[in-house]
Write a protein that binds this ligand. Structure first.
Ligand code: TYD
Length: 212
């Protein structure tokens, strides 16, 4: 993998946790400080990924098997890394990504029950070993998160039963406990501005070290 100078920050969490808002607020704040930054998301972020995203999200009249789902997310990720994330990091742009490999472990692993080692190896094949330098987990009770999303049309994941969303949450908590150097768990049931300040205060000193 080529030498990277940008910092790679991922935002993770269950439905309605507010991670997209936090990724955007951090991106806006970095721009305000004239720090080179890029905001992207998964699944999607490339023309191919955006098409696969539609298939993965809408309710279909056929079934997508868990392994197929895993591979489709991995395909999106491989393309996003090649076309968007690595070129940005290589030129010193800091990347904020709304969901990354952690989502696959939480949703397809803990949620769907696929073997975690299998997911790790597929993730690894898709990413070429690229991992976020920092991951923010916006932790929220599934009931609260899903209620926040109630006024939008529910997609294939949001309509999973509550037990699925509880497994996803527990999975995320387990992932963050296992790798505290990379993951920061935040209580997402707090005002967006308060969370954004916490995130910025944690990221900014590290950015200053990362930028030569
Ligand atoms: P999206 O609209 O991006 O949801 P959110 O706003 O919650 O991020 O839809 C992405 C959905 O795909 C979301 O329900 C989580 C799921 N997902 C996985 O199951 N595995 C993955 O690897 C990724 C990236 C997302």
């Amino acid at each position: 993998m080529p030498k990277r100078t940008g910092l790679f920050i991922a935002f993770e969490g269950g439905e309605g946790c507010g991670k997209s808002t936090q990724a955007r607020l951090l991106y806006n704040e970095l721009q305000r400080h004239d720090v080179p930054a890029l905001l992207t998301h998964e699944p999607g972020g490339t023309p191919l990924g955006d098409r696969i995203r539609k298939i993965l999200k809408v309710k279909l009249d056929f079934n997508i098997g868990p392994k197929t789902e895993l591979l489709l997310f991995a395909a999106c990720r491989a393309q996003l890394i090649k076309d968007v994330i690595l070129p940005a990091l290589d030129k010193g742009t800091h990347v904020m990504c709304d969901r990354f490999s952690g989502s696959t472990l939480a949703y397809q692993g803990y949620g769907r029950g696929l073997d975690l080692d299998l997911i790790e190896s597929i993730n690894n094949a898709a990413t070429g070993g690229l991992q976020p330098d920092m991951i923010f987990l916006l932790d929220i009770k599934p009931e609260t998160g899903l209620r926040r999303k109630h006024n939008t049309d529910s997609d294939r994941f949001e309509t999973e039963d509550i037990a699925f969303h509880r497994r996803v949450r527990e999975g995320y908590l387990e992932l963050s406990r296992r790798d505290p150097g990379r993951w920061t768990m935040l209580d997402a049931d707090r005002p967006a501005e308060t969370l954004a300040k916490t995130v910025f205060d944690l990221v900014y000193p590290i950015l200053n070290k990362a930028v030569p």
